[in-house]
Design a protein around this ligand. Sequence first.
Ligand SMILES: Cc1ncc(C[n+]2csc(CCOP(=O)(O)OP(=O)(O)O)c2C)c(N)n1
Length: 318
Amino acid sequence: MIPQTELFNIYLMAFLIRSVELTISENYYKEFVRCPIHLSIGQEMVPSVFSSLDKPKDLAVSTHRGHAHFLGKRGSIRKLFDEIHGLPSGCSGGNGGSMHLVDTENGFIGSTAIVANTVPIGVGISEAQNLLTNNNSITTVFLGEGATEEGVFYESLNYAKLRNLPCIFVIENNNFSVYTSLEPRQGKFNLEKKIKGFCVNYIFVDNHNYMSLYSKWSQALDMVRDGKGPFVIEVMTHRYREHCGPYIDDHLDYRDETFLKKWKKFDILDLLKNDLINTGIEESYLSKKEDQMIKFIKNEYKNSEINYLKKREKMNIN
Ligand SMILES: Cc1ncc(C[n+]2csc(CCOP(=O)(O)OP(=O)(O)O)c2C)c(N)n1
């Protein structure tokens, strides 16, 4: 069981992530955001459970779809907005954009655009934690299932196991790499078998079962901190929006209706909210919190846009 206060925090973080990304998507048409965006709308379960289990001393790296992990690691909403507007006050000085987020103060070492690129980097960081620190800290490496089709993923697993590193690989499997489903890419090769072939601990979570994720992830963290070596956690999830961009692309028909309907049933915000209300929290109290959060996020976005427009004016760009 997840204590009520933890469940509340997980819900608020999931709501925050979705609201931040909806705000970005609603405003993208203005073309003030000068970089591609890969949104995690629908995939909020992993980053919100992560935020409740994460310790400030721990480190994390992520991918092209990294806004949610950055926020889950307590990255600043305003610095994210400023980053995608190319402002010097952005979390990467306005030089990186959506796919290159950094917040070293909060232990978010970075995200990059090349698929699987941060996997060996994360392993290197966890090796440094092992050698240079004595504080039981760990590194979380976020990746999509597409990254498991890169050879470097297996080299990284092998090395992490050989060196018994304090490292957790969290695979968010949304069934698609751009428009291509799992079967033509991975055939019948079972990821679990491949990972276990390296004698690495493996955990699987399906259908947005956040309670199972919470308890298995907590146990994995205890074991990694106890020196039991790396873990892989594979979580089935679903992205609502197009691979890259703010829009819904279901009309393209690369995901059939049964599949889309199934995932609507497992909307993570609905699941968390229903369970939270069943613990006795008033719906009206939640709505008040949600409204406050949306107001704050929209205000931060507006101020970031204003600064972007000021910068544009200064540079004499129409
Ligand atoms: C090495 C490399 N190959 C191809 C690409 C183009 N690309 C960007 S994202 C992506 C799909 C990655 O799928 P997955 O890892 O499952 O993450 P998801 O986008 O589903 O979150 C591809 C092929 C790239 N950025 N890097």
